[in-house]
Design a protein around this ligand. Structure first.
Ligand code: ACO
Length: 402
């Protein structure tokens, strides 16, 4: 063992690992991921069991507090979340300021950040357990209202208030699709599939957005601010934005602009920046276990709803072609969670630009758990180093001599 106090204040060698491909940033007891063997567990429970037997809010509790809740505890958690789904009436006015074509991820990030201004106690550096609990409840409760209303706004439809008699996923679907003038019944097949999708997205250890949440939170910025940063990180096409791009790619093939083989060849061509969206993963070098479950749910839901989506057939053929191509085989590029999720969202009538928002809804408990673990462990502020490659010292040159 090294006496670290003797090293205090001293600087040593810096390791350079761009993109943190092989650098651990923390110890974590939340999610176990074995990319070589395609294993994913939340707090020790296999993702397959949770997807089959649990509910999204129970999984949220498990991730955040570490254990499956006893019944009374779960009932309290769910009822607290149900009671906090309304957002401040003043926040409704914000929606009027966004352009009608505003991307819902931009709306989501800024609205979550704005929540901190309505609950200023969340900005204190010193954490008080009761306030943290309330912030967690508020975030899980309000994110679905904010998300659904951003969709309504983009369509110019009147917003729908949450209804306490409905479950979390039913309520979200109600706020998305109900109209004040028509009766609306949530389809249980869709509500169940959505619940499973949210479970599958709920955490994935130190991915780009979770690391962003931990990093932003490490400065003791409020939980709202840290989650807003996570939403922004998720937005990019190499992370959560891939699900939207997958559908756009499949549509392109469907509209016969491109054949499947041509798309695969294009992805292999290093002179283009194009990648087969929904393929490959930083950690999985095997089938993404979530993709396996989603593919199965996809088949079941489309079957039950009687939907014949040509994009599902194209996706399956694309998977077949890619997985028999040595380029993908050698690089261990398998379909990831985003490859089939978009087809399920389409079956639920969720528009493409909302796909990444759906991912954020699911990932929220994981982000919260990551933030809480970081704060509970009193981790220091994140501050990576660099290898400087710029000019050596030089003198300032007056503007007329440049
Ligand atoms: N299509 C074609 N080639 C690919 C793909 C792909 N989807 N993914 C990786 N490759 C190739 C790379 O060009 C590289 O080839 P090379 O060794 O000949 O240079 C090799 O496979 C390794 O790829 P890296 O970019 O080094 O892998 P990295 O771990 O950095 O990237 C990532 C992982 C970002 C997910 C990547 O596979 C990708 O861009 N996939 C498409 C986007 C996507 O689906 N993102 C969602 C990820 S899952 C999630 O965030 C929920």
């Amino acid at each position: 063992a090294i006496d670290v106090s003797s090293l205090r204040g001293k600087t040593g060698y810096i390791t350079l690992d761009t993109g943190f491909k092989n650098t651990g940033s923390t110890n974590s007891a939340i999610t176990y991921l074995d990319g070589e063997n395609g294993v994913l567990r939340y707090r020790g429970y296999p993702i397959e069991q949770l997807a089959e037997q649990s509910t999204f809010l129970e999984v949220a509790y498990l991730l955040i507090y570490g254990e499956l809740p006893p019944k009374q505890e779960l009932d309290n958690f769910v009822s607290e979340i149900t009671r906090h789904t309304l957002i401040h009436e003043e926040m409704k006015k914000f929606y009027e300021g966004y352009p009608s074509k505003a991307h819902p991820m931009g709306v989501l990030a800024s609205m979550i950040s704005a929540l901190s201004t309505f609950y200023p106690e969340s900005q204190k550096s010193e954490l008080h357990p009761a306030e943290v609990e309330l912030t967690i409840i508020r975030l899980i409760a309000k994110i679905s209202t904010i998300a659904a209303w951003s969709y309504k706004k983009s369509k110019g439809f009147p917003i729908m208030y949450p209804q306490n008699r409905l479950s979390y996923t039913e309520n979200f679907l109600h706020m998305m699709f109900a109209q004040p003038t028509e009766e609306f019944n949530v389809n249980p097949v869709i509500a169940n599939a959505l619940d499973t999708l949210l479970i599958l997205h709920a955490d994935h250890e130190q991915n780009c957005s979770a690391s962003t949440v931990r990093m932003a939170g490490s400065s003791h910025a409020s939980l709202y601010a840290a989650i807003s940063a996570g939403v922004c990180a998720l937005w990019g096409p190499l992370h959560g934005g891939a699900n939207q791009q997958v559908i756009e790619m499949l549509k392109q093939i469907h509209q016969a602009d491109e054949s499947i083989q041509k798309m695969v060849e294009k992805a292999k061509d290093k002179s283009s920046d194009f990648r087969l969206m929904g393929f490959g993963h930083r950690v999985y070098k095997n089938f993404d276990p979530r993709a396996k479950i989603i593919k199965q749910v996809c088949d079941e839901v489309l079957d039950e709803l009687g939907i014949d989506d040509p994009l599902l057939d194209i996706a399956k053929s694309l998977e077949e072609v890619a997985l028999s191509d040595s380029y993908f085989v050698d690089r261990k590029l398998y379909p990831n969670v985003d490859f089939y999720s978009g087809i399920l969202y389409r079956a639920m009538n969720i528009p493409t630009e909302m796909f990444t928002v759906m991912f954020a809804l699911g990932r929220l408990p994981g982000w919260i758990a990551q933030w809480k673990e970081m704060r509970d462990n009193k981790e220091p502020i994140s501050r990576p180093r660099q290898i400087y490659t710029g000019p050596t010292e030089r003198n300032y040159v007056d503007i007329e001599n440049r």
